[in-house]
Design a protein. Structure first.
Length: 463
């Protein structure tokens, strides 16, 4: 039988429409087909509802139009619309506003009466077929075709954290990188430029930038692992030096006897600092935790190992499993403090740690594998005296969202030296990870498949 090939799923994000309130994308597409999540009649900035059913309809359609524009499409490309009413008495007002907004365009439409959130009178979703870019084959989206898609730190099927990888980024300016990262929609896309003039004592040198869908970040661990494995796949394993905004990051790739390429990065020198009582209170309120939910043996700290993360330790696995945070409050707090993710952890044994990492400031509800936060966790345990140098720590992440991931962290002999983070990566012929998982919702921690995968990944690491 012939091999079936498909283009990968990409997700779309724009700040001109309300951010997702949960683990889903504003829109997701494959090739020219684009599915748009439902939009309410809320202001993108304040999330306040417009007054009246007709006005809410116009605002919901304006939000959809912003998402379509970010995806390189418009309402003329929409082929189906779903309209969901809270009250059939509003049908005439909603229908009139809809007809006015769409003009002469008449896609197929289904109208359904449903229960909507308090204050919402209408929700609208859509399906569109985008025009192909000039000179591209069906299923290609212009320069997106130059992006490799790799999943790093996978610990089982569907696991790992996807990263966009651009190995030939020479000539791309900041705006082009940010635009491409937003269209790819993964938590980070990494842009690599050779730096042959830098003397690195035999290491191949590269200038490396990382962009989330919403902003540039100083350093990203899983994208570093993905880029290093992609370079090894192209040119063979060896020693590399990534010049990042956080500083120089040495990376070594090697091939195992089984043929798998692993990559080990060494972080910049870490720093562990206090978390103020006011910031801790605000953070706990945003993640909807109580002070009694914390592990008293592992006090909250802010840790830097290339990116800045509060490290917050839960007292129980159940507390860590129940993640339901206030997106707006946490985003605002993280932006004000310059935090990249929130490193929520639970320590099962001295050397086995479970982690979850909300990343709303980057436009991602939750990261399934965070190498920078893993380095921060290692620095935290080492510099606060919980573990001696030379210890290996296993971090399990992503299991609660159905994306099982395993990160190996090696502590240096001397406190304050860089933290080694090891993992592998594999190319993604089709989308996996949070973009794909969002379509079906988050996997619960107690799902049998999720629990079995976590226990398999932890095998041999309990001590």
């Amino acid at each position: 039988m012939p091999t079936r090939t498909t283009s990968p799923v990409t997700v779309v994000h724009t700040t001109l429409a309300p951010a997702p309130a949960g683990p889903y994308a504003q829109a997701a597409g494959r090739g020219e087909v684009l599915a748009l999540a439902g939009q309410l009649g809320t202001d993108p900035d304040t999330r306040a509802f417009a007054e009246g059913a007709g006005t809410q309809t116009r605002q919901a359609l304006a939000n959809l139009a912003a998402v379509l524009d970010a995806a390189g499409a418009s309402f003329t490309d929409v082929i189906r619309v779903g309209v969901y009413l809270a009250d059939w008495a509003d049908f005439a007002a909603i229908n009139a506003a809809y007809a006015e907004a769409l003009g002469g365009h008449r896609p197929a439409r289904t109208t359904v009466g449903v229960n909507l959130p308090p204050g919402a009178l209408v929700e609208i979703d859509a399906l569109a077929v985008r025009p192909a870019a000039p000179g591209t084959a069906p299923g290609a989206r212009g320069d997106d075709a130059a992006v490799g898609r790799w999943a790093a730190f996978a610990a089982g099927p569907g696991g790992g954290n996807p990263a966009g990888v651009v190995l030939e980024a020479t000539g791309m300016d900041d705006a082009a990188m940010q635009d491409l990262a937003a269209r790819i929609g993964y938590s980070e896309t990494v842009f690599v430029q050779p730096d042959p003039d830098r003397d690195t004592s035999g290491r191949a040198a590269y200038q490396v930038r990382y962009f989330s869908p919403q902003r540039e970040v100083s350093f990203c661990g899983h994208a570093t692992i993905a880029a290093a494995v992609a370079l090894a796949d192209r040119s063979g394993p060896g020693d590399l030096l990534f010049d990042t905004l956080a500083g120089a990051v040495p990376v070594t790739t090697a091939r195992t006897p089984e043929g798998t390429v692993t990559a080990t990065l060494t972080s910049v020198a870490p720093e562990v600092g206090p978390l103020s009582e006011a910031d801790l209170a605000a953070l706990l309120a945003a993640v909807r935790w109580e002070a009694g939910d914390l592990d008293p043996a592992l006090p909250p700290r802010v840790v830097f190992a290339g990116a800045r993360h509060p490290v917050i330790a839960a007292a129980t696995r159940d507390r860590l499993a129940d993640l339901d945070y206030d997106t707006e409050a946490l985003t605002a707090l993280m932006a004000a403090r310059g935090w990249d993710t929130i490193d929520l952890i639970w320590r099962e044994t001295d050397t086995l740690v479970h982690a979850r990492n909300p990343f709303p400031v980057g436009g991602i509800y939750e990261d399934p594998a965070t190498g920078a936060a893993a380095a921060a966790t290692g620095a935290y345990l080492h510099m606060l005296g919980h573990l001696p140098g030379g210890t290996r720590v296993t971090i399990l992440q992503g299991f609660d969202m159905g994306c099982p991931s395993r990160i190996l962290v090696d502590l240096p002999e001397h406190a304050g030296a860089g933290i080694a983070v090891t993992g592998t990566a594999h190319p993604m012929p089709e989308a996996t990870g949070p973009a794909a998982t969002a379509a079906g919702g988050r996997a619960r921690e107690d799902a049998p498949a999720t629990r079995a995968a976590r226990e398999h990944a932890a095998a041999g690491d309990r001590g």
